[in-house]
Design a protein around this ligand. Sequence first.
Ligand SMILES: CC(C)(COP(=O)(O)OP(=O)(O)OC[C@H]1O[C@@H](n2cnc3c(N)ncnc32)[C@H](O)[C@@H]1OP(=O)(O)O)[C@@H](O)C(=O)NCCC(=O)NCCS
Length: 194
Amino acid sequence: MVSNYISNKVKIGKNVKIWHFAYVGDDVEIGNNVKIGSLSHIDYNVKIGDDTIIQGLVYIPPLSRIGKNVFIGPGSTLTNDPYPPSGKLIGVTIEDNAIIGSKSVIKAGVTIGKNSVVAMGAVVTKDVPNDTVVAGVPAKPKYSRSEYDKKQSEWNRALKIQFLTLVKVKTQMKIKNKARMTLAPELISGSIST
Ligand SMILES: CC(C)(COP(=O)(O)OP(=O)(O)OC[C@H]1O[C@@H](n2cnc3c(N)ncnc32)[C@H](O)[C@@H]1OP(=O)(O)O)[C@@H](O)C(=O)NCCC(=O)NCCS
């Protein structure tokens, strides 16, 4: 059974994972440690830098340039023809460390600057400067990447606290149960009647 299609004219780096039913066209260059999710379509003449993650159902049209350590969320669509079918194609450029939210759509020829973030569901019609979070239809700047990073680390910290609290509660319950078993096994087995 054919589980994905990868052209034999593709340059693939080390430790690359391409999941089921993905398509990778001619003359694509993929860097090291790249992950491409199921049902994604990477068309011809696309370059993808090291450590980039492309999740499932993403469309990347011909002539697009994706930098290093980029994250592209599920279902995102990059386009390359503003007036289809025009025959004059221009790809999208996504620079290093950018994050593209799920189901966003990016207009042909647009550049997403370094470290920028595109919110889920955004329609990006103009270039996005470096270090900027954009959202909406059409996408507009909301705040800076450093603010995003702060929100992300607060989120991770909250998750860590939640996990540690759960571990603490479980450990306390284990100690309590053990103490009950050691101090009064007859109570637990029900051998003492009151
Ligand atoms: C962009 C993003 C990081 C903003 O998150 P946030 O800072 O927690 O957003 P907030 O809820 O504080 O909202 C800030 C403002 O932006 C708006 N906003 C947030 N996300 C938005 C979006 N996707 N589209 C339009 N507006 C959005 C909010 O309505 C709010 O507007 P207001 O100031 O006028 O009230 C987040 O919405 C996002 O898109 N994350 C990416 C998720 C994703 O695609 N993950 C993929 C892997 S599953």
